[in-house]
Design a protein around this ligand. Structure first.
Ligand code: SF4
Ligand code: F3S
Length: 107
């Protein structure tokens, strides 16, 4: 199992999650973070840190977010590790809670 970053992280990228991860398994793209499923130890620490409620265990992943399993796997192989908190994206609060942001994902 692993934890999965889902749609609501896109265009918010608050990054509070990275500070608590004991195994540094978050990887950063231009407007989204993903978790490397091979590194995640399922500690759950990141879940309450995300103000956007974007992180789920694979077991609790909503049906409409299932495609994020593959996205986390694939993009974590391409993007660099992020371990330190940074400023959220501009307009993060405005985008928080908007649905179907995958169309805005940048690579
Ligand atoms: Fe890191 Fe734990 Fe979150 Fe996995 S569940 S991404 S190990 S903080
Ligand atoms: Fe994204 Fe939430 Fe982390 S918005 S960057 S998963 S704190």
């Amino acid at each position: 199992m692993s934890f999965i970053v889902t749609d609501n992280c896109i265009l918010c990228k608050y990054t509070d999650c990275v500070e608590v991860c004991p195994v540094d398994c978050f990887h950063e793209g231009p407007n989204f973070l993903v978790i490397d499923p091979d590194e995640c130890i399922d500690c759950t620490l990141c879940v309450p840190e995300c103000a956007a409620n974007a992180i789920y265990s694979e077991d609790d992943l909503p049906e409409d977010q299932q495609h994020f399993i593959k996205l986390n796997t694939d993009l974590s192989q391409q993007w660099p590790v992020i371990t330190e908190l940074k400023e959220p994206l501009n307009d993060a609060e405005q985008w928080d809670g908007k649905l179907n942001k995958l169309q805005y994902l940048e690579y």
